[in-house]
Design a protein around this ligand. Sequence first.
Ligand code: GLA
Ligand code: ZN
Length: 678
Amino acid sequence: MINPKIPKIWYGGDYNPEQWDKATMDEDMRMFKLAGVDVATINVFSWARNQPDEESYHFEWLDDIMDRLAAEGVKVCLGTSTAAHPAWMAKKYPDILRVDYEGRKRKFGGRHNSCPNSPTYRKYAARMARNLAERYKDHPALAIWHVANEYGGYCYCDNCERQFRVWLKERYGTLEKLNAAWNSGFWGHTFYDWDEIVVPNALSEEFEGNRTFFQGISIDYRRFQSDSLLECYLLERDEIKRITPDIPVTTNLMGFYPELDYFKWAKHMDVVSWDNYPAIDTPVSFTAMSHNLMRGLKSGQPFMLMEQTPSVQNWSPYNSAKRPGVMRLWSYQAVAHGADTVMFFQLRRSIGACEKFHGALIEHVGHEHTRVFRECAELGQELQKLGDKILDARSNAKVAIMYDWENRWALELSSGPTKELKYVDEIHKYYAALYDQNIQTDIISVEEDFGKYDVVIAPVLYMVKPGVAKRIEQFVSDGGTFVTTFFSGIVNEHDLVTLGGYPGELRNVTGIWAEEIDALLPGQHNQIVMKQNSGALAGSYSCGILCDVIHAETAEVLAEYGADFYEGTPVLTKNRFGKGQAYYVGSSPDAAFLRDFITDLCDEQGVKPLLNTPEGVEVAERVKEGKSLLFVMNHNAEEMTFDAGSESLTDLLTDRALSGLVSIAGRGVMILERPVSN
Ligand code: GLA
Ligand code: ZN
């Protein structure tokens, strides 16, 4: 349980009463009760209010709100207010201002705007966290700490440059090692003095935001900036933990956000929390996958849905309203994938600046007679009724997909072989194929214990970090099934090519080597032609983006290319290795191939769909105390029918017993309880 002070799925969200008068707050309290709100996130952007100058701190307003919420039985997710620095601080201490990618020194403005290596930022942020912890350590409303907000963005200032050199010294020890890691003999970039190293941005090695001449320094700069922001989080967390060791600490993450290595961050968070803002046309499988990534950050531990909009966003080009039922449906989707909270941004809409058109529980009209409020209040009541039945329930997946931020940086900074290759898209293709068949799938780090799974899939594992290949070999030789793809095993952690034939360190387990890599033009395709029609895989399929030209060594060839100078050479192989097997998919296949490939793979491994449902009806599972909770979610607007099987299942939302053919309303949700089958 995140905190036994709220022994149910938390319900509430961001609340900014500093923008309102007392009468409005009285109304808010009344409506919170109507909506079943039991948690409010406050003090996220109040630094300037809390600290109007260098020496004064004013928390009286916050005392009032904390006390008021406590009196109403609403618990507090307490922000530390350090996600946007005060204007006076920027004026007095310009070191707090970032320098951007183009090398321009920023002025005061925006948010998430502090240089992570600014001594001023670090000093005053830590001091703020300490002051807050001292002041509220015994407050009955305090349920969790919310440090800063959505850490992100890089800085390229002189302080960062100096700290980068310190970070590099720690990482490499000597310039010889650094020169070797960056292959700096290329283009005569050898460094003879640490001070010769400058930050990689548009003034030096990089261009167009994500292109670079030197992958080594650019990947290291991403690691360094991710670590720098993490240090800022840790400074605050340590102050808080010293004073309130028993209150959990989190900071809100952003799913597949590219800039921070969240696997590293999550080790320092008591509970992962994240902000989920899909657009109306974001595939629901992508949202599901993002939740699973957040769940995977701490090996399956439940996470917090810290923010979602009850209705609209303001920052997309087109901010469509969530259709009736969709807010509820997507809230349960989060819970189905491991969330133990359902929280919104925001509880009341502000009147000015850029978020006045962002949805809220309480709309500008100010009363509860709105569609959005009604839907929220109904969900609030349902969550109260569910009590603690779902809390702490885990995923029981037998299939996992590996995802790695450093691999993403390396892949996307690579010069060649193609600009079409998008790591997250390749991950999603495999995830979607599993999702469509209701196969429960975890998203895991390369450090995870693979032994928990029957099947581990590593799409485009371009960078193989130390020890990973050995652990994959162990997993397969113990009986596991491993799948990897084209453009895998190419480099080590420094982005230096592993010599001796691709896929380098994965060559042994896959039993193949790839001699050439061909990039196809947009819209250009090759074919995957099956050698035999067995199982679901039959005939031929389309593939594109990259084609590895492969030689099978110990592997069996299952399919060959259908065209071009490598027609008739292997594109899909299977290698028996110890008690298990490793597949290599030599190109980026179409959805039909992945559907059939996944069907065969799961059949072979005895991994069963949770249920068979029609298209658009998602099923996800959480397991607790020998019970399986099957979340059935109809993403279609129309009613659908599915086969719930012969045993009698109870829908926790209605207490109805169900079996056989069951219909589910358009955008409806069921939580079916059954005994765990394996
Ligand atoms: C983010 C932030 C919030 C708010 C919302 C709006 O998630 O954390 O402060 O700006 O976006 O969607
Ligand atoms: Zn900086």
